[in-house]
Design a protein around this ligand. Structure first.
Ligand code: AKG
Length: 406
């Protein structure tokens, strides 16, 4: 679908996509705060923890050692080896350095993958709720996103039946994200095996598994990744991960792909003609992150788990909202079914999730992202990667807002 052109000079491919909604809401919240409004932003998927000092020091050492020049387009050999070792330690995966491509964040990994492989008409299956950027990146790359709505009754996990029904001769990729942004749903071995069994029947379909939140799991839940569960899919899987969320390094922009060498070479070719290598200093920091001490991650996870419990409890106490307990990531994705059709104290009619988050922002200063941005109307997403104090205050405001609806 071509949206109304913003400017006739602009290419159709850009008119087909929207600005990133997570970024748009975050920027709006930032602008309101700058105007002096009392805003609590729960919109961005960004850890409030600072990047650990030992990682920062590695970046400072890199600058001082003059590591300020171009690196290999795919990332330094040292970082690619360190990434391979981390994937081995965490998921039992066996990749060589030439099968790793480091990019400027996970987003560039997905972009590289889609632009390198999609022709017009190729379909990409995306289970929804889904992270805002998947469909737009697919569209930008001339592909067709095929959205499959998962059900809350299945914990928002794609089932084998749903996957089989979505497959057509045009299907080129399945995009999986576990734990999922925005629902926090994670696939255990059984849930993943059900999907990989279907994929074994379709040898032309590739799998992009976005494991960005795989270290952020609660209550002892263990999530697996595709190749770990079904090594026969290794030759057609891209395992995507990065340092943004698990190491509190969003601004450093380092993501990576582990993929068969033939595809990796194409990702590198594209990257060499677009951004060249990711930042050399950020690469040095990422190398320290993935190969240095990992114990701070479990400390962060323990804090996220406490916050999750607090937030889910408070949201479920807000009249008209209901929210399942997420297994991973740092998002809550409550349903607003019980408040649709009501009017806020400020006189705003809540006829959609977008109307809900707009009214919430205007009347309480709490910024959240509407479910439609994640392809699932009737919900909204809040990030609980924010201080416990602010979360309490934000959830109290949400409760008061919902109590005031009539
Ligand atoms: C999110 O908020 O969902 C993120 O992953 C970070 C911002 C972005 O969408 O790139």
């Amino acid at each position: 679908m071509i949206r109304k052109p913003v400017m006739s000079f602009i290419a159709d491919r850009l008119n087909r996509i929207l600005p990133s909604q997570t970024i748009a809401v975050t920027q709006k919240a930032r602008a309101l705060k700058a105007e002096g409004r009392d805003i609590i932003s729960l919109s961005a998927g960004e850890p409030d923890f600072d990047t650990p000092d030992f990682i920062k020091r590695a970046a400072i050492r890199a600058i001082e050692a003059g590591k300020t020049k171009y690196t290999d387009v795919a990332g330094t050999l040292e970082l690619r080896k360190a990434v391979a070792a981390r994937l081995n330690a965490d998921f039992d995966l066996d990749y060589k350095a030439e099968e790793i491509c480091v990019s400027t964040g996970g987003k560039q990994v997905i972009y590289n993958v889609m632009v390198s492989t999609l022709n017009a008409g190729d379909e990409v299956i995306i289970p929804a709720p889904a992270w805002v950027s998947y469909p737009d990146i697919v569209t930008l790359a001339d592909g067709t996103p095929v959205i499959v709505q998962t059900n809350p009754e299945n914990g928002f996990r794609l089932t084998a039946e749903q996957l089989r029904a979505a497959i057509t001769p045009q299907t080129k990729w399945l995009c999986l994200n576990s734990p999922c942004n925005p629902t926090g749903a994670a696939y255990d071995t059984e849930a993943l095996k059900a999907l990989t069994d279907v994929l074994l029947d379709y040898p032309d379909i590739w799998i992009l598994t976005d494991d960005m939140y795989a270290k952020l799991l609660y209550d002892g839940v263990v999530a697996k990744t595709v190749v770990q569960v079904e090594p026969r899919l290794r030759s057609r899987t891209v395992t995507m991960n990065g340092v943004s969320k698990a190491y509190a390094m969003t601004g450093w922009r380092i993501g990576f792909a582990a993929a068969p060498v033939e595809l990796t070479r194409q990702l590198v070719k594209l990257q060499g003609q677009s951004t060249s290598n990711p930042c050399s200093i950020a690469q040095a920091a990422a190398q320290e992150a993935v190969s240095g001490p990992q114990d701070f991650i479990s400390e962060m996870v323990a804090v996220y788990q406490e916050r999750r419990n607090l937030v889910i409890g408070m949201l479920n106490d807000a009249p008209g909202l209901s929210c399942a307990l997420p297994e991973g990531a740092f998002y809550a994705f409550p349903s607003i079914a019980g408040v649709l059709g009501k009017t806020s104290k400020g006189g705003r009619f809540i006829d959609s999730d977008e109307a809900f988050v707009n009214a919430l922002l205007e009347e309480t200063g709490v910024a959240a992202v509407h479910g439609t941005a994640f392809l699932t109307p009737g919900y909204f997403r809040i990030s609980y990667a924010t201080s416990t104090e602010l979360l309490k205050e934000a959830c109290t405001r949400i409760q008061i807002f919902c109590q005031g609806l009539s």
